[in-house]
Design a protein around this ligand. Structure first.
Ligand code: KIV
Length: 265
């Protein structure tokens, strides 16, 4: 079984086939996620919250991500593995290159994800010019939670929406090959997905994105407390983790997840 390539994901977008992504941080979930046919796995810095018990992603270190990516990569055979660049590990092009080197060479990731545009565009350009595949991340940026004052929908104001569209195009032009949009009104996410050639993966960004991502612990109902409205519990009524992961993959592919109740206006 050969590994999913970025080219295959771009072809899926061109054909209107939806891409499924889930987070994973260990070998056991990775085996099940791949068995369910999900194309991409994100070793997200959400591990700071769901694995380590912090209340933000800020404390996560490069060592943490390298450890979890290597657990995932050791058993992964098919999914494209995307590793998050932790807070401030991408604050300059040189630092980002050093981080990417560890995530890819020691960890085994095939792509790195970093949050934001602006000064990050030079970082994306440098990574891309050194053959590091990059996934951008716009909308709600969890690493900027203290600046944003909480986990809120982004891009509701017209000026903010226009800026996000411009940033998305700039991220693509800088050489990124994928973009995650988090907590963005569905019309704006649709506009951005249509404007870009690269696949746009949404979380709380509506059904018109080219694919969907969720935190695996959220969609299995393991995360305690009140969850964001974009999360659906796929374990409920499905009987097993394997069946829940397959339902997620099927619903993403059929376009029945997310429904309007999981999206923001
Ligand atoms: O860290 C993560 O899991 C993420 C997703 C929420 C997109 O960035």
């Amino acid at each position: 079984m050969s590994r999913i390539s970025i080219t295959q994901l771009e072809e899926m977008k061109q054909k209107g086939e939806k891409i499924a992504m889930l987070t994973s941080y260990d070998a056991s979930f990775t085996r099940q996620i791949e068995e369910a046919g999900i194309e991409t796995i994100l070793i997200g810095d959400s591990l700071g919250m769901v694995i380590q018990g912090h209340d933000s992603t800020i404390p996560v270190t490069v060592d943490d991500i390298v450890y979890h990516v290597s657990n995932v990569a050791r058993v992964s055979r098919r999914a494209l593995l995307i590793a998050d660049m932790p807070f401030l590990s991408d604050s300059s092009p040189q630092k980002a290159l050093a981080t990417a080197k560890r995530l890819m060479k020691e960890g085994g990731a095939q792509m790195v994800k970093l949050e934001g545009a602006g000064e990050r565009l030079a970082v994306i350009e440098t990574l891309a010019s050194h053959s590091v595949p990059v996934c951008g991340h716009l909308g709600l940026l969890p690493q900027s939670v203290f600046l944003l004052g909480g986990y809120r929908v982004q891009g509701r104001e017209e000026q903010e929406a226009q800026q996000m569209l411009n940033d998305a195009i700039a991220i693509q032009d800088a050489g990124a090959q994928m973009l995650v949009l988090e907590c963005v009104p569905r019309r704006l996410a649709e506009e951005i997905s249509k404007a870009l050639v690269i696949p746009v993966i949404g979380i709380g960004a509506g059904a018109a994105c080219d694919g969907q991502v969720l935190v695996v612990y959220d969609m299995l109902g393991i995360t305690p407390g009140k969850l964001p409205k974009f999360v659906k519990n796929f374990l409920e009524g499905s009987g097993s983790v394997a069946a829940a992961l397959k339902s997620y993959n099927r619903e993403v592919k059929e376009g029945t997840f997310p429904e309007s109740e999981h999206a923001f206006l």
